[in-house]
Design a protein around this ligand. Sequence first.
Ligand SMILES: [Zn+2]
Length: 240
Amino acid sequence: MEKKVNGIVVKSVSYLEADKILTIFTLEEGLITTKIKGVKKAGAKLKACSEPFCFAEFILASSTNRNIVTGASMYDGFYSLREDIVAFYAGAVALDFIKAFCPEGEVLPEHFDLLATFLKNLCYGDGIKEVVLIDFLLKALKLSGYGFNLATCATCGEDITGRVFFDASSGSFYCIECVTNSMEISAKTYSVLLNAENLLNAKVIDVDTQYLKRALKLIDFYIEERIGEKLKALKDFIEL
Ligand SMILES: [Zn+2]
């Protein structure tokens, strides 16, 4: 049986001499694994569609539990990601997130839209890459049921204006009056997380870049502490 799916390649691994095994995050079927034949040969027609980040309509021939890509038409290869190391690593974080948080075969259209929008912003937008990534991670965590409770102090419900405390086991933030045994974080880091969506399209922001990295470190810490996942690409990105 043949079918068409819209998908973004999140992983591409060499297989035998000329083939590849692709992990594709599809709108219609969630994460799928599929073989694509002959793409390592020079001049192979489907070569460009077998690279990570490629967004295409894939034609799959499927039997009981096996898919083979027999055709593809590219929407966007997001090639400029390869020319900017910061953007490339930021994109790799998003692919890592999808692999870690989206179970194979689970249909997750909101995650799909978020990933496609993120890659477009990263490639063609003017926003600061770190901010674009922070915004993606906050939204992706929320969609996966692990959103931060950022807006107010989790106990008294008031805006947090002074010192800020964070509890990684719940993703909650507290003011100085309500804190019990949470760790203190910089008010500027908190402000970055709180305002990420508003900062998304700003070319210049009034925040030292170290607080962007600190916000990413906090997200990395939270993902590991609360969820037990490690996103290798996020650690690499923080080290850049
Ligand atoms: Zn409070």
